[in-house]
Design a binder for this molecule. Structure first.
Ligand SMILES: O=c1ccn([C@H]2C[C@H](O)[C@@H](COP(=O)(O)OP(=O)(O)OP(=O)(O)O)O2)c(=O)[nH]1
Length: 151
């Protein structure tokens, strides 16, 4: 069992019926579902793109990020998928977390208030510096990529 960290969260939209905070649905889940904090409904026509508000602003501890990732079920059922995946929420970002969606289906897609539209994965990050060299160390993979190991 790994220890958990505390992420400070602020609701940025006042509403008489606030949405529940994201939570892990199972004991070992890595993502917490984000909900659409919209008034009523929002319809995306085919190829429409929109930054859907979640109503949440975060203060992640230094050394952490949050990744906005698609939910596979949503993509499969409705043909709607995240335009930018994963999105990155930086530890110093204090604005509202938004989910970038594009409707890739041929049909309009309607979101309702509280629909779970993406998942948030909180993860540690290592700051990296550059070590510039003329020759990189040899590895088994070498320059092979993009399917070089077969199907
Ligand atoms: O799916 C996303 C992606 C980003 N963000 C917020 C949090 C992040 O910290 C900020 C900036 O994101 P990013 O660094 O990806 O954007 P950029 O295009 O590089 O803009 P900037 O110049 O503001 O960094 O926008 C979201 O709310 N949802």
């Amino acid at each position: 069992m790994t220890s958990s960290i505390t992420v400070m969260v602020r609701r940025v939209r006042a509403h008489p019926e606030p949405l529940p905070l994201p939570r892990y649905e199972t004991a070992l889940a890595s993502g917490m579902d984000l909900r659409a904090d919209i008034e009523g409904e929002l319809t995306l026509e085919p190829l429409d793109r929109v930054a859907v508000p979640t109503g949440l602003a975060l203060a992640l501890p230094p050394g952490y990020e949050a990744q906005v990732r698609p939910r596979s079920g949503l993509a499969l059922r409705h043909g709607i998928t995240l335009l930018i995946s994963p999105g990155t929420v930086d530890a110093d970002y204090r604005g509202e977390v938004k989910v970038l969606l594009v409707n890739l289906s041929r049909e309009p897609f309607t979101l309702k208030r509280g629909d779970r539209i993406a998942q948030l994965v909180v993860a540690p990050v290592s700051p990296a510096g550059w070590g510039e060299v003329e020759v990189l160390d040899a590895t088994e993979r070498g320059e092979g990529g993009f399917g070089s190991t077969g199907r």
